[in-house]
Design a protein. Structure first.
Length: 366
């Protein structure tokens, strides 16, 4: 769904901040530089290492929010989009949009790990990969098959695809049932709310499910529901029921990640179009960082791995110098993400957006 940029500036702000927090989390959590630099600010490094990963919840909520805007802005699929062929086409496009940049990143990750192994020994360096391991990553099945990841964050790409597929399935089933029963009101919000409930009350409380979409659908589904909050000009999502559900879920087991997801969902639902305070160069920088956020998410770990290895091999283990290395790795991650976005992600997106035409018989004969 096409929306004015100003209406989604709050989403861009969250994407920009969350993507940078993920980079800082990995810099604080992985590699020898943080072991030395943490002596300068132990509380800060401890918080980033322990809680910086919560930024993933922001991406989960925003993923659901944007998927709902794309697939069903009025709480149901467009006419005939619930049939098998359109559903498979949506899945194909989503898979390629995720995997084409991911494949390029894996090449970079393999090269970075090979160089890093020559300069240092550290458990953050993945072992030399096998062909089945690479193929499992390209199929987005590495965690389901319990295969070691070749780069940090790859798990999220697989989960994003699973969540998108699950949402699309729910929308298709809801549309099919609604059409058969000739219902005027869409069923999709109730289907999504039911799976959010199942996730928050059951799947998200069992760590054995953390390789599959049901574990994360609580946060993702809250993003979907936030996109539908004022669909068609009036609240239609059972807001009170969802509020009670969240309270019950957190009462059964407090989870900071779910509390954050609820806060983000409320933010994106209530703040849309109210970002006039962010303007000028600050708004431009926010949009730029948001635009390259997926690219930064993909490429930052190989960059950080290389800088860690270089500083471990060639720079004294002094906290100030190692902290400078962390700053350098952060800056290079953003720069590499911008280049990756321009030369890999955007061309792949243009290729996917290009119309596909089938030549007619006369053209083939010619």
């Amino acid at each position: 769904m096409s929306l004015p940029a100003s209406r989604l500036l709050h989403v861009d702000l969250l994407k920009a901040v969350a993507s940078q927090l993920i980079v800082l989390h990995h810099l604080a959590f992985y590699g020898p530089m943080s072991d030395h630099a943490a002596l300068l600010a132990p509380a800060l490094f401890g918080w980033l290492a322990q809680h910086g990963r919560l930024a993933v919840q922001v991406f989960l909520v925003l993923g659901g929010f944007l998927a709902a805007r794309q697939l069903a802005p009025l709480m149901q699929l467009r006419p005939n989009q619930h049939r098998l062929r359109p559903v498979l086409e949506q899945l194909r496009r989503r898979y390629l949009r995720l995997v084409l940049p991911l494949a390029s990143m894996l090449v970079l990750a393999l090269l970075a790990a090979a160089v890093a192994r020559r300069w240092m020994e550290h458990d953050s360096i993945p072992a030399a990969p096998s062909l089945p391991q690479v193929l499992a990553h390209l199929a987005l099945l590495q965690d389901v098959l319990d295969i070691e990841a070749l780069s940090a964050g790859v798990w999220y790409v697989a989960i994003d695809f699973q969540l998108f597929a699950l949402l699309l399935l729910l929308l298709a089933v809801a549309a099919g049932i609604g059409k058969r029963l000739r219902l005027r009101e869409p069923l999709a919000p109730w289907f999504v709310a039911a799976l959010v409930a199942a996730s928050l009350l059951r799947f998200n409380r069992d760590a054995d499910w953390d390789v599959a979409a049901p574990y994360f659908f609580g946060s993702y589904g809250l993003g979907v529901l936030s996109a539908w909050w004022l669909a068609a000009g009036r609240p239609r999502v059972p807001a009170l029921a969802m509020a009670l559900l969240v309270l019950v879920a957190l009462g059964l087991e407090w989870r900071t990640r779910i509390a954050l997801a609820v806060s983000v969902a409320l933010f994106v639902a209530l703040v849309e179009g109210r970002m006039d305070w962010l303007r000028g160069s600050a708004a431009q920088a926010t949009r730029w960082l948001a635009g390259i956020s997926y690219a930064v998410f993909l490429v930052h770990f190989p960059i950080c791995l290389l800088v860690n290895a270089a500083f471990d091999a060639f720079v004294p283990a002094e906290p100030a110098l190692q902290a400078a290395g962390i700053g350098l790795a952060w800056a290079l991650s953003v720069l590499a993400g911008a280049l990756f976005h321009r030369w890999v992600e955007r061309p792949a997106g243009r290729w996917l957006a290009a119309p596909r035409t089938v030549p007619d018989a006369a053209t083939i004969r010619a």
